[in-house]
Design a protein around this ligand. Sequence first.
Ligand SMILES: *[C@@H]1O[C@H](CO)[C@@H](O)[C@H](O)[C@H]1NC(C)=O
Ligand SMILES: *[C@@H]1O[C@H](CO)[C@@H](O)[C@H](O)[C@H]1NC(C)=O
Length: 423
Amino acid sequence: MKFQASFRALLFSHAMIHIAECKSAIRYQSIVSRVHIAPRCSAQSPSFVSPINSLPATAQKHQTCLSSSAPRPPPSSLPSWERITNHQTSKTVKLFKSVHKANKSKRLQLGLTVAEGVRLVTDILADEQSRKFIRRIVISEELLSSVDDGDDNQRKLQHWLRVVHNESIQRKKDYDESDGETSNDNSCSINVGTEQVVTACAGTVTTQGIVALMQIPEPFNPLFNPSKNSPFYLVLDGLADPGNVGTLLRSCAASNVDALILLPDSCDVYNPKAVRSAMGASFRVPVLDLGDSRVADDLKPRDFEELLELFEQCGIDSTRVFAATMEDSASQPNGRLLRTSMPHYKVDWIANTAGESGGAALILGKEGEGLRNEVCNAVQQGKISTVHVPMAEGTESLNAAVCGSVIMFERMRQLLITDELNQ
Ligand SMILES: *[C@@H]1O[C@H](CO)[C@@H](O)[C@H](O)[C@H]1NC(C)=O
Ligand SMILES: *[C@@H]1O[C@H](CO)[C@@H](O)[C@H](O)[C@H]1NC(C)=O
C-alpha cells in the first residue's frame, strides 16, 4: 500500500524558519543524491524530562470544622477558580464532549485530546514538558476540598495545580503583552465543577474527579531533531489497539526511544484510551504519524522507500532498520516467509557491524496480521533486517506491546552497559 503523496520534506507550521532551508535542501538532495544537505541531527542525549516527585514544604494543613456532608470550601492556599454548575449549558463541557466523540481525523483537526484521573493528570502536571500541553482542567468540588487533608497524591496534585495556575497567569500576561505576535495563548484555565459536570466532561464513569483537555503536540520532524546523531525510532505498522499503543509509548519514554513513527492506518496515539495507557508519555515522546492530516501530503514520505531515505538522512542506515517477526524463520501470520531473523539480544543496537555508533529503528507489525507487504518486500530484497524475541517452545506469539518493549529494553540494557564501560 502506498503512502499518500510526494515527499519534499517534513515541514511543519511551527518551524517556519526552517521551511525555506529544508525545502531547498531536499530539492538539492534529490539532484545530488546522498549529499547530506538537510540538517543533520547533532550530538546530545535526548531531553526527556523526568517527573519531579518531591513536594516543597509549602503544603500547609488547613483544618475546617464543617460536617462531612456539606461541601467544604476549597483549601485557602488554592486560588478560587471559576465554577461550572450546569453540565448541560457549559461550553467547557460541550468542548470535552466533542473531543470524546471525535474520530482520529477530527481529533487531530481539533488538535485536542483528554486525560483523566488524579494519577494521570498529576503526572502530566509534574512534567514540565507535558504540562505545557494542558489547556483546561475541570476538577470536582469534592476532590478540591479533599486535597488539603488527603494523601500524598492529593497534596502533590494541589502543589502542581498551583504551579500551573501561576504559569498560566504569566503566559497569559506574555500573550496579552505581545499584542498577538505570539501566535498562541498557551495558558491553562482551571474550573471547579460539580461531580455531574466532571462526569459529563469524562469519557469513563470513574473520573476520580479530574479531567484535563490536552493540546495534541506538533508532529515530530526527524529532520529537525536537534539533539541526536544516532537516533532510535519505534515504527508502528498498523497497530490497532489503543492500549497497546499507549503501553508502547510508555515503554518508549522509559527506554529513551527518540520518537514514535506511525505508518498510515495505524492506531491513533492521541485517542483518550491510548493516552490513559501511556500514563503521561503521550506528551513526552515525539510522534510522527504519516497519516496525520496536519502534515501536508506532499511533505511526508510517499512510500516505505522514501521513509528509508528519510531515515538515511537522520543517520539510520537501512540495514539498521529491523522489522520484528514472529520467530527465527521470520514467517508472517499471513503465511509469508521472510529471511532468517536475528534474536533481539544478538543485535548490536548501539553500533553497526563496522563498530560505528549509528541510529536504528524497530518496526512492529499489526496484531495478528504482521507487517504490510511494502515492509515484507524490503525484507525480502535484503534492504532491511529482521529481529525476533525467542520464546519457549509451543508458544505462538507475544502481545505486540510486550514484544516491542522487550526489544526496546534490550537496547536500553546495551546503552547502560556501554555507559558503564565508558566510565
Ligand atoms: C470523522 O468524523 C468526521 C466528522 O465528525 C467525518 O466527516 C469523517 O468522515 C469521519 N472520518 C472517518 C474516517 O470516519
Ligand atoms: C504562585 O504565586 C504566588 C503569588 O505570586 C506565590 O506566593 C506562590 O508561592 C506561587 N506558587 C507556586 C507553587 O509557584
